[in-house]
Write a protein that binds this ligand. Sequence first.
Ligand code: CP
Ligand code: NVA
Length: 319
Amino acid sequence: MKLTGRSFLTLKDFTKEEIEYLLDLAAQLKERKKKGITGNTLKGKNIALIFEKPSTRTRCSFTIGCIDEGGHPEYLGKDDIQLGHKESVEDTARVLGRMFDGIEFRGFLQENVEKLARYSGVPVWNGLTDDYHPTQILADFLTLREQFGKLEGLKLVFCGDGRNNMANSLMIGCAKMGIHFVILAPKSLWPKNDLVELCKEYAKESSATISLTENIEEVKNADALYTDVWCSMGEEDKAKERMSLLRPYQVNAEMFAKTGKNSTILLHCLPAVKGNEVTEEIFEKYADVIFDEAENRMHTIKAVMVATLGELDEEGRIS
Ligand code: CP
Ligand code: NVA
């Protein structure tokens, strides 16, 4: 498997086998890191990290992942460059593409990360947009694999704002990987119909199922519950409305009891607003796995950079 030169903009562009390859590579990089082994696969590569929105995990993962493999990361915050203000995205892309070997972008518009890829001529990685958060899904799936030893056939229920970047990307990822995916959310916060239909098409191939529901009883038999903030970055003005809409969908002990299982885990992309989407008690109960998931951001993001830009052998492995 070789992904050299590819961008990572949405999981729609990747097959099940390609996603599996990235997870395998991440697991290998994780093992190496635990043994204190760093690499040189990104030696001589300069990587731009554009952040229009704040970040802890994604920024640190790209920075450390790049340095661990011998590359040089350069942080470009929203007030540091002209992107979209004094200079068009297209022109910024053409400048950065002449200087950098790879570009990470976190921002508002999916259209902008796509333009960066089109105009820069170097691999571009989506570090979160309003629509998608594909690198997070790799960390979530690596964590699920560590917990259950497999992905296929698991049931994952996303509880909360069912039309945000996390819900969208999880739905795509689960549909591709054969994970039964449920969105548990009020109807007004369900994802766009065309994306649901597309994911149902993917699901036919992987034998996953995709369902949307307002009924909390549907958490029954879930292997994992997943939640995220009720107001994503840039939607702070929606706080009041979301609190009243989403209060019934809070992940709490009562909801966990409805799974009917003792083995169900909780995933959260973080940052968490405890007391809103999840109670403090439940968050702490599953903190070990949630922070494994946070750590896995680094191993999986490193895998994306190494796979698309790194020096690898013929089979796309670290030699
Ligand atoms: N989960 C995630 O993307 O975290 P940050 O916003 O801290 O990068
Ligand atoms: N939906 C959240 C995810 C944060 C990682 C946001 O966009 O703010």
